[in-house]
Design a protein around this ligand. Structure first.
Ligand SMILES: [Mn+2]
Length: 433
């Protein structure tokens, strides 16, 4: 029996048809140029093809701001529908076969049924996220509320509630095949003097250690820092240094997660990445882009050079054998207010792949020579030469060989996916951020 996925693959192949010749010429031209520079094109294609970029379950619906939210027809209303959308994205990109779930937003009534659905759609369960920043409308005793924080709260009831939740999320994650727990804490304070900084950090580490003690052997725990919001005076894990301090206090299975939007303006994120790589403590990424704060904009849409420089550190570290045991998890963390979320996710995926492709064609030997000779101008040439190269034919060739779309976003539109699911789902309720 022919499945819907088979039909999709055939339709994608048909959509590729009209542009196949032009793509073949573009790719041949680029491959020839790379060959003359001594770059092994097939090696680059193979490494690009192994990249897997996890889609956050919360980004499949329209986001919103505290001022309003404008729904998109056909947004997924259940975690099962979210997985369906991700399977569609992966059919197009062949790079998105992983979901990052958020609990309790995506808590299934039947974990085994969700596991079966993931397996059927070919989507892996990536790092799973706990949520200790919302009481979620349920009546909660004041001392158990997250209003004044979770693991750093002065009240033990809230601390224990947060720890119990994280343990439950791990148990669920195990059943779904996840191998990592991502912990982002909203803990902090809004007013000078509100919180005892040292005591709050003590409690944070002590409580996270209770969670860490229950980590399965194959699991990692990620601490995700953020300087402000929702707390506007202090955050308990505000920066990479504190995040590393927490990870070290917990143990070798704890690593740091870098969300690009979780830095103060002009922070040198690529240097932070390099430092965490050096310490063998880089767990993964939440890719997005920003102009002012934690804007959750499309990856690479505002600062593509920064994205390239970050990928450059990752590619260089991989070449040096760092994190050979387990490469950092690559995830998107974005929120979509005016675009179709699926189109935006395709654009983010494309931007991340392009940045990696550019990083993979950096002439590392020349760069190393320039650095050793303190030749700043030549070092810049090495990076600019890669960054200015149009590597889109590389990324497209990887997709074409895997059966994906040459032009994912246009293919998604041509397939009429949004209209199809809108008629079937028939609702504008959604569960995005
Ligand atoms: Mn994040």
């Amino acid at each position: 029996m022919k499945t819907a996925i088979d039909d999709t693959a055939a339709r994608i192949a048909a959509l590729n048809g009209p542009d196949a010749d032009r793509h073949a010429r573009d790719f041949a031209h680029l491959a020839e140029r790379m060959a003359t520079r001594g770059i092994d094109v097939e090696s680059v294609l193979a490494r690009l093809g192994r990249l897997r970029i996890a889609v956050p379950s919360w980004a499949l619906g329209t986001g919103g701001t505290r001022f309003g939210r404008f729904s998109e027809p056909g947004e997924p209303t259940t975690v099962f529908e979210k997985i369906d959308d991700i399977a569609m994205l992966d059919a197009l990109t062949k790079a998105n076969a992983e979901v990052s779930l958020h609990i309790p937003w995506d808590e299934p009534d039947d974990a085994d049924a969700l596991r079966a659905h993931l397996d059927e759609r070919g989507i892996a369960c990536g790092p799973i996220n706990s949520n200790t920043f919302q009481d979620r409308g349920r009546p909660v005793e004041p001392r158990s509320s997250y209003k004044f924080g979770a693991v750093s709260n002065a009240w033990e009831e809230a601390q224990s509630r947060a720890v119990d939740h994280m343990l439950q999320v791990m148990t669920l994650g195990e059943r779904l095949g996840s191998r990592a727990l991502t912990v982002w804490l909203s803990d902090g304070s809004n007013h000078p003097g509100q919180q005892n900084f040292r005591a709050a950090l003590d409690r944070t580490i002590d409580n996270l250690a209770r969670v860490y003690a229950a980590l399965p052997a194959a699991w990692l725990m990620y601490t995700e820092h953020k300087p402000f919001e929702p707390a506007f005076y202090s955050s308990v894990n505000p920066d990479w240094g504190t995040s590393l301090l927490i990870a070290r206090a917990l143990g070798p299975q704890c690593r740091c997660l870098v969300d690009l939007g979780h830095h103060l303006p002009n922070a040198n994120i690529e240097q932070i990445v390099a430092t965490l790589l050096r310490e063998r403590r880089l767990g993964g990424f939440h890719f997005n882009d920003s102009k002012y704060g934690d804007d959750d904009l499309t990856a690479g849409s505002v600062k593509p050079f920064q994205l390239f420089l970050i990928c450059n550190e990752l590619v260089a570290a991989a070449a040096d054998g760092l994190h050979a045991d387990r490469a950092p998890d690559l995830m998107i963390d974005a929120s979509h207010n005016v675009k179709d979320p699926m189109e935006d996710l395709l654009q983010s995926t494309e931007a991340i792949l392009l940045a990696f492709a550019q990083a993979m064609i950096v002439d590392r030997a020349s760069l190393a020579q320039a650095q050793a000779a303190n030749d700043a101008a030549l070092a810049q040439e090495c990076l600019q030469d890669a960054f200015r190269s149009d590597v889109r034919p590389l990324v497209r060739e990887v997709r074409r060989r895997a059966g994906g779309a040459l032009h994912p976003m246009h293919a998604l539109r041509a397939l009429g996916y949004r209209a199809t699911v809108a008629s079937r789902r028939g609702s504008i309720r959604a569960t995005g951020l």
